[in-house]
Design a binder for this molecule. Structure first.
Ligand SMILES: [Zn+2]
Ligand SMILES: [Zn+2]
Length: 353
């Protein structure tokens, strides 16, 4: 099993971002990411998908898109579309048709920034997901970097503070997102959680002063999705893309807030009578199941069953829990960073049946 650190959900100057695909590649290589998924608004950009290298580092860049109905006002309900291999924006007016079309194209769909709020100081409207009646999507973006700025910046002073000190911004996914995710899981849906940066490398200007706030590099060190794949990345981009997306669709992934400390090395596994399982897998409760958690460093670790806390470990690196009962088990890890308790790791569930 190989762990890939992937930053996903970002924009270039093909939509409302300020950088190019090369700027993204440069920043991602510098940060040490394994892969990025670029998602411009309503355009599937051909060409830049493939490998980029620098200083013995290697990056896989995948091209996807973020689709919404541009005729809708305000422009709510954004959907991340991965691996559909064709332009899906034409389906945007009907979210269910869009999701069905993506499935037919063997693509993945993720509800983006599901509970995005209005941010008056920067005159940004709220763009949450509004079409919860839809079915058949792959998952949701539990934590979105830009949405969190909109949520925490209540005044121009906050904007200024977080622009100069972005490290103070990310704290945890919105409680509403976690609650909705548990609700959907408890209804029997398989909903894969991802963390997205929504990096734009925003241009800010005040009089003659111009600056890029939240550059790609900042985002790439921050909220990443770590994906477990069976083989290391090779030399065939199409085959690697297939492997990465298959693992993501299966929920073999966790969200890591890598700024306070790398989350590489986190593991959540289960051992049953007949087989072993990793996050995203199902395993039978018969004969008992041992859930094992390994953290990259000692931290506060929470194990949840069907959205309810079952055990909390403080300042521990390895944790285990035995169950003989079915349930949807997932892990949240918190640690202190810059004077505040912050979310560090959010795992996808192991389904004990
Ligand atoms: Zn969006
Ligand atoms: Zn976006």
């Amino acid at each position: 099993m190989h762990e890939l650190v992937v930053n996903l959900h970002m924009h270039t100057n093909y939509s409302d971002g300020s950088g190019t695909h090369h700027d993204i590649a440069r920043a991602a290589l510098k940060t040490g990411l394994d892969a990025v998924i670029v998602t411009d608004h309503n355009v599937l950009v051909g060409g830049p998908q493939g490998y980029y290298t620098a200083d013995k580092k290697r990056l896989l860049m995948l091209i996807a898109e973020e689709v919404h109905d541009q005729a809708r006002l305000p422009q709510k309900s954004h959907l991340l579309v991965f691996n559909a291999a064709r332009e899906m924006a034409t389906f945007a007016p009907d979210p269910q048709q869009l999701i069905d079309g993506i499935r037919r194209a063997e693509g993945l769909s993720f509800i983006a920034h599901p509970f995005d709020l209005e941010c008056k100081p920067i005159k940004e409207l709220d763009i949450p997901w509004e079409d919860w009646q839809v079915q058949g999507y792959t998952g949701l973006e539990l934590w979105n970097g830009l949405s969190e700025l909109k949520e925490r910046a209540h005044s121009p002073l906050h904007i200024l503070f977080y622009a100069y000190f972005p490290r103070f911004l990310a704290s945890h996914p919105p409680a509403r997102s976690l609650q909705k995710w548990d609700e959907l899981l408890n209804l029997g849906n398989r909903v894969v959680a991802i963390g997205g940066s929504d990096a734009h490398a925003l241009h800010a200007h005040k009089g003659p002063l111009r600056a890029i706030i939240y550059p790609y590099e900042y985002h790439f060190k921050t909220i990443n999705t770590h994906i477990f794949v069976p083989n290391p990345l090779g030399t065939d981009a199409a085959a690697d893309a297939r492997m990465l997306y298959e693992a993501l669709a299966a929920g073999h992934a966790f969200i890591g807030y890598d700024l306070p400390g790398s989350t590489r090395g986190f593991r959540f596994t289960a051992q049953g009578r007949e087989k072993d399982a990793i996050l995203g897998d199902e395993i039978s409760a018969e004969g008992g199941v041992t859930l094992k958690i390994k953290l990259p460093a000692a931290a506060e670790c929470l194990l949840l069953k069907n959205g309810e806390l079952v055990q909390r470990w403080k300042n521990q690196e390895t944790c285990s829990y035995i169950t003989t009962q079915p349930g949807i088990f997932r892990v949240e890890v918190y640690r202190r960073y810059l004077g505040k308790r912050r979310g560090w790791i959010f795992s996808n569930p192991i389904y004990v049946r």
